[in-house]
Design a protein around this ligand. Structure first.
Ligand SMILES: C[S@@+](CC[C@H](N)C(=O)[O-])C[C@H]1O[C@@H](n2cnc3c(N)ncnc32)[C@H](O)[C@@H]1O
Length: 270
């Protein structure tokens, strides 16, 4: 295998399996420009500490925080470096994660290489998202467990199971939350806070960032309200447009909303 960047070299040096998964080029492309910054980098899952040692060499000015459910012997694993901090706890334990957030305040890069169980991956993402810096990256490794029932995944009902893959697929709707022409749509905690979500083989990358671009077609989650506004701004025939957009079109939207609500009840999809 050719070693064409420093991160690949370091992960190979310390024997991390991030090489076998072909993650290292991706990490390099996102993180190389941040190499000299003073960041808080959190990795869930330490094991032998191989990746922490690589991050520690690469991000010399940053604090590398590793968490693991198991007790880690920092001397045996040679993790007793000034820029490495180790904490024992579970990624899905809200008290533990809250204590971590209180201590470090913000994380600029988060890597989830922990249990890989869908419920843990989703829970820690929910617990940690607010503490991710604006423009920060959240990497989720080994999402193939979504497709393996021995890990709590579901290979039989790909689109509607509670896997991390579906969680992140659904999260992509947040990118377009202003375009959702459903007057009952409720903004969630991710809407307006995600810049992009990228899917690779076994890896998902979420970039946090402001996303408040208004829709060109939808106003306050209503297409008919936008059309009404456009029309009355261009003409004086308000009554005609009021009847068309505020009554007839609105009624049609409400009817579709109701039919979809019934469909969801019949299919038990909430
Ligand atoms: C794949 S290994 C981590 C490898 C390491 N990141 C590297 O690249 O060298 C997964 C680690 O996650 C830890 N782990 C498992 N369940 C966890 C949980 N619920 N919370 C935190 N860590 C967990 C395991 O103890 C194990 O050490």
């Amino acid at each position: 295998m050719s070693i064409d960047n420093e991160l690949t070299y370091l992960f190979k040096l310390y024997g991390s399996d991030k090489i076998d998964h072909l993650y290292t080029d991706k990490y390099f492309s996102y993180l190389n420009s941040l190499k000299n910054e003073k960041l808080n980098i959190l990795e869930i899952g330490i094991a032998d500490g191989k990746s922490l040692l690589a991050w520690s060499d690469f991000f010399k000015n940053s604090t590398i925080i590793g968490i693991d459910i198991k007790s880690i012997d920092i001397h045996e694993k040679k993790l007793n470096r000034d820029n490495i901090k180790i904490h024992q706890g579970s990624q899905s334990d809200s008290n533990f994660i809250e204590t971590l957030i209180q201590k470090y305040q913000r994380f600029d890069v988060i890597i989830d290489d922990g249990s890989h169980f869908p419920k843990d991956v989703i829970k820690s993402f929910k617990l940690l998202f607010n503490s991710l810096s604006n423009n920060g990256y959240y990497f989720i490794e080994d999402i193939q467990t979504s497709y393996i029932h021995f890990f709590g995944g579901n290979p039989f009902d790909l689109k509607y199971s509670n896997t991390q893959m579906n969680f992140f697929k659904n999260l992509t709707d947040s990118l377009n939350y202003q375009e959702i022409a459903n007057p009952f749509y409720k903004k969630n905690q991710y809407d307006s806070k995600i810049n992009n979500i990228t899917f690779y083989h076994n890896l998902v990358v979420v970039k946090k960032g402001f996303n408040e671009k208004k829709s060109n077609l939808v106003l306050n989650n209503s297409y008919e309200d936008m059309r009404y506004l456009e029309k009355v701004n261009r003409s004086n025939n308000n009554i005609k447009y009021f009847i068309k957009y505020k009554i007839i079109f609105k009624f049609y939207t409400l009817l579709l909303f109701f039919l979809n609500w019934v469909k969801k009840i019949i299919l038990l999809r909430f």
